[in-house]
Design a protein around this ligand. Structure first.
Ligand code: HEC
Ligand SMILES: [Cu+2]
Length: 481
């Protein structure tokens, strides 16, 4: 009797220890002093494709070459946009490394680009995620290295001022730091990243669209999309799988502003790696993906049909473009689901947004001159929206590429106070405070009133001798031309 009790207690203790062992998180800690062996070049892919696993076990040197390209591409049918990209498409290239790897990162800013850029990878342990180490002007490359200490799925993005604008124009992507032992095998892996676009026109307005800073401030996007454009992965470009196969989605949200309520219409996520980390949740309908965050979801496709991947903030899906599709082909399984698929029900409602009021252009018949103070206030905002991307914070510029606007002898020597430079752009060799520049500044299209405010701001705030530029001065300059 006694021994039986004793054995029972031992058995219970054993059981308890097994259970508590199982509940321990499976995190592995990397020792950065461990030796790095071998070198591989990372294979990078465009969404929705994911690079294959890196075969070496771990602690490998992985070389990543990523090229920044500013280019015009399709945002929706009949709608173009000038995207700023990591690797030529939006979202940026998918990068895959293993925990413990030493990543040697080479960032290239294509010489045809107009702007400086950099990269902040959330997978980096180090200042700015690499942003400070990688700020480069067009035609330059930067190199830095980091150790992939933590496993997980991480967002990367450009962090050059104005940061919001660089992200809003398409500068984000995902980097997977796979655990040492590798993720469990599945039949398909896909890359899907949500983001928003803020355009000068409304959703569906045809032609080239410019970035609208005010809408971005107000967090009022015209487009919310999966993989960089409306319909990037729907219809003919849908992801394809077979009935019975398992799928893993690497999900990201580039923002810049919105949080995604990610949902697959017609599926339940068997597994969710919450926020792309090591915590695993099961049996989930909708998972949150923060702006600048991620999630990994897994499911098995039991029946044929089309799965719609959406942001369940549902107007974004049906009216702003946030839909991607996975087509599951194969035999029906009436044990799981009976009935016909009605694909039409899920199709986007399209561009039929009724325009209630049309914006009217402000008439320039009556010109009201602002006070010095009002010009300074307006000028600060306008500078940030129109000039800061090149001339940088406080007008300090970038040596060799973008001249400074601080105490600029070049600007102060101009009788027109710089009006002509803003209205017509500038190119050819110039000398500013003893430094030579030979680059192109594009003409910036602004109203007389806006040009007056920006220049007043630059003359006073950046130590260029003060003074007030009036809208009438800008108007007179245009007329005299
Ligand atoms: C796309 C990048 C870009 C933007 C945006 C831009 N500039 Fe420039 N700017 C340049 C470049 C490049 C030069 C030098 C051109 C050259 O080498 O001839 C320049 C030159 C200048 C100069 C003369 C040089 C100096 O330092 O005094 C002034 C003044 C100036 N810009 C003002 C502005 C203002 C005001 C805005 C915003 C309305 C603006 N720029 C927006 C790129 C830019
Ligand atoms: Cu950038």
């Amino acid at each position: 009797m006694k021994t039986k009790n004793f054995l029972n207690i031992i058995f219970i203790l054993l059981l308890v220890s097994i259970i508590s062992c199982n509940q321990k998180s499976e995190r592995t800690i990397v020792d950065p002093d461990e030796e790095v062996k071998g070198v591989v070049h990372a294979e990078l892919t465009d969404a929705p494709l994911v690079p294959p696993r890196i075969p070496n076990k771990s602690n490998t040197k992985v070389i990543v070459n990523l090229e920044i390209i500013e280019k015009e591409m399709r945002l929706a049918d009949g709608v173009d946009y000038t995207f700023w990209t990591f690797g030529g498409s939006v979202p940026g290239k998918f990068i895959r490394v293993r925990q413990g790897d030493l990543v040697e990162f080479h960032l290239h800013n294509h010489p045809d680009n107009l702007l400086p850029h950099n990269i902040d990878l959330h997978a980096v342990t180090g200042p700015g995620g690499g942003a400070e180490a990688s700020l480069i002007a067009p035609g330059k490359s930067a190199q830095f290295s980091f150790r992939a200490l933590n496993q997980g799925l991480y967002v990367y993005h450009c962090a050059t001022a104005p940061v919001g604008m660089h992200i809003a124009n398409g500068m984000y992507g995902l980097i997977l730091v796979e655990p040492l032992e590798g993720l469990p095998p599945v039949d398909h892996e896909f890359y899907v990243m949500q983001s928003e676009f803020y355009t000068s026109g409304n959703y569906g307005d045809r032609g080239h669209q410019d970035f609208d800073m005010q809408k971005a401030f107000d967090e009022r996007p015209d487009y919310v999309v999966m993989n960089g454009s409306v319909g990037a992965n729907t219809g003919e470009n849908a992801m394809m799988v077979q009935v019975g196969e398992t799928v893993r989605l690497f999900l990201g949200n580039g923002g810049p502003n919105l949080v995604s309520s990610f949902h697959a219409i017609g599926e339940i996520f068997d597994k969710v790696y919450v926020e792309g980390g090591t915590l695993i949740n099961h049996d989930v309908q909708t998972t949150l993906i923060p702006a600048g965050g991620s999630a990994i979801v897994e499911f098995k496709c039991e029946v044929p049909g089309t799965l719609h991947l959406v942001d369940h903030s549902i107007f974004r899906a049906f009216n702003k473009g946030a839909i991607a599709q996975i087509k599951v082909v194969g035999d029906e399984n009436h044990q799981v689901f009976t009935g016909l698929e009605k694909e039409e029900v899920y199709l986007p409602e399209g561009t039929a947004i009724q325009k209630i009021s049309k914006k009217t252009e402000p008439s320039d018949a009556v010109m009201i001159e602002l006070s010095h103070e009002e010009r300074m206030e307006a000028g600060e905002k306008l500078y940030k929206q129109n000039c800061l991307a090149c001339h940088m914070d406080h007008g300090k510029g970038i040596p060799g590429t973008f001249p400074p606007l601080v105490n600029s002898d070049f600007l102060q020597a101009r009788a027109d106070k710089g009006i002509g430079i803003v209205l017509e752009g500038l190119q050819g060799e110039i000398t500013v405070n003893g430094e030579k520049y030979n680059n192109i500044m594009p003409a910036v299209s602004l109203s007389d009133d806006q040009v007056a405010s920006i220049l007043t701001y630059i003359h006073n705030n950046f130590d260029n001798g003060g003074g007030l530029v009036k809208a009438a001065d800008v108007k007179a300059w245009r007329e005299q031309k």
